[in-house]
Design a protein around this ligand. Structure first.
Ligand code: ADP
Ligand code: MG
Length: 480
């Protein structure tokens, strides 16, 4: 007897067929996120991330899906969707609703509680996600992630302006002069998180506002699909209904002229109607390349605010918040060590935290400073670790048993002056920072003081044997 395939195997086979029949990008966008849930009496249930997603599949891929399911499960085969509903404004836990795939021969409407009646538009075989039946307002899936809230976004000097502008926007969307609000930074510094936080806050303040978060890649993919299906107008109308539009990573619009045109017209429409637009990018507007000047000039209408790498204190606070939310207990010294060691971006910082937790649970070891050290060795070295001034100060102060903030104090006590000079010397040696920057971070001194420190240390190394041993030991510790 033949073994029956389980739901994962069936869906895998379906995916193979689908992959051969559509563009790779569409496959990635619309099929990779799907999770097969179960198979029962020839009904395959798949989980899709949102209502919008489901509608898109039904609109664009129903033919292909039906053929594929029939091929895999025979003529009896059917597909049912489990949709994760957007309920960010109401409660914490997501819930799913089940929807069978549409069947144009069906006269009875199989949908319960669905915002779109599949059978309203008799002229079409399949529903269009952009059309509003009877001009009722469509329920747009915001695509917002609950955990990316303001509560979870730790405030620091690095993000104060962007954060408070974002908060102001969420209080009064479209009504402040921060329109568009343009948030920019290097990767992993919290743009996406902040953008979601604003969206979530708007939904809390104004439950009836239609908020939409899209990545620029999604926007482009949707636009291309609409051209392919000759329904660009529906695409534009859909976006014109949005009250708060969040477009993440706008730099990906570079060189996409047609999509820029359509985004330009949507932008103008929304802006004229005092709808809020939030854009994120990896560069400030003046440095953006490959975008039409008229679009760039729009980006300068509102406020451009950047996010910087959080300082040490904020980095520790971010880690603390994270483990608190996850309900995990990790010794403070481990968090501090991570925050000292990882200075490129917050995503890497969180990555290191997750690796340590994984290491500890896989090897059944307690999370200790030693475990953190050995992990960071591998982790950070493999991601071209940069030694920071903060880190050097920490190593130097630990070595002499001094509290770190003493370096920044005004004291002229000999041992402290020497620790400060060593921190300057190693910062010059191991970082790319300018003398002025080093001075600023080591007790607010000027570049001449740093230069003098480097000379003094060099002299001592040459003349004082014991001192040379200190310096060599410290050098090893700094390089780990
Ligand atoms: P970007 O979009 O700039 O590349 P993300 O928003 O994806 O960065 O942030 C990367 C990770 O760092 C996310 O998990 C985010 O939650 C976290 N993160 C960044 N900044 C903060 C912050 N200030 N407080 C808490 N978490 C942060
Ligand atoms: Mg991002």
């Amino acid at each position: 007897m033949l073994m029956k395939k389980n739901h994962v195997e069936v869906w895998d086979s379906c995916l193979k067929i689908i992959k051969d029949n559509i563009h790779y990008q569409s496959f990635k966008t619309w099929f990779e996120p799907i999770i097969p849930l179960k198979i029962e009496n020839s009904v395959l249930t798949i989980q899709v991330p949102s209502q919008f997603f489901y509608e898109w599949l039904e609109e664009h891929y129903i033919g292909l899906l039906k053929k594929t399911i029939t091929k895999e499960l025979g003529p009896e085969g059917r597909l049912e969707y489990s949709i994760i509903m957007d309920n960010t404004a109401n409660s914490k836990t997501p819930y799913s609703i089940k929807v069978p795939t549409s069947n144009k021969k069906d006269t009875k409407n199989p949908m319960v509680n669905m915002p779109i009646d599949l059978n309203t538009d008799k002229s079409r075989d399949i529903p269009n996600p952009f059309v509003i039946p009877g001009l009722k307002k469509i329920k747009v899936q915001s695509q917002l992630v609950d955990t990316y809230s303001f509560d979870n976004f730790v405030e620091g000097d690095c993000n104060r302006l962007a954060r408070s502008a974002g908060y102001a926007v969420a209080e009064n969307p479209g009504k402040t002069s921060f329109n568009p609000l343009y948030i920019y930074s290097n990767v992993g510094l919290g743009k996406t998180h902040l953008a979601h936080a604003i969206g979530l806050q708007v939904k809390q303040n104004y439950p009836n506002h239609t908020v939409l978060y899209v990545t620029t890649e999604q926007f482009i993919a949707q636009y291309i699909e609409s051209v392919r299906n000759n329904n660009q107008n529906d695409f534009v109308h859909f976006y014109q209904m949005i009250d708060v539009l969040i477009v993440d990573d706008i730099q990906f619009l570079a060189g996409k002229e047609k999509t820029q045109d359509v985004f330009f017209s949507i932008f103008n429409f929304l802006h004229q109607k005092s709808k809020q637009i939030i854009i994120t990018s990896d560069k400030p507007p003046v440095e953006m390349k490959g975008l039409e000047p008229r679009l760039l000039s729009r980006f300068k209408w509102g406020l451009a605010a950047d996010l910087q790498m959080p300082d040490l204190e904020t980095r520790i606070a971010i880690l603390q918040k994270r483990i608190y939310n996850d309900g995990i207990d990790i010794p403070y010294e481990v968090l501090e060590y991570l925050a000292y060691s990882i200075t490129n971006n917050v995503r890497e910082l969180e990555g290191a935290l997750i690796s340590i937790m994984a290491q500890s649970s896989l090897n059944k070891k307690a999370i200790t400073l030693d475990l953190a050290r050995s992990m960071i060795d591998k982790f950070v070295k493999s991601t071209t670790r940069e030694i920071s001034i903060d880190y050097i100060q920490k190593v130097v102060c630990d070595y002499f048993n001094l509290p770190v903030d003493i370096i920044n104090s005004k004291t002229r006590k000999r041992e402290i002056v020497q620790a400060r000079q060593l921190a300057m010397y190693f910062s010059k040696k191991h970082t790319k920072s300018s003398l002025a920057t080093i001075g600023l971070h080591c007790g607010n001194k000027d570049h001449a003081t740093v230069l003098h420190a480097c000379r003094t240390i060099n002299n001592l190394v040459e003349t004082d044997k014991q001192f040379r041993i200190y310096v060599e030991e410290l050098d090893k510790k700094i390089k780990i």
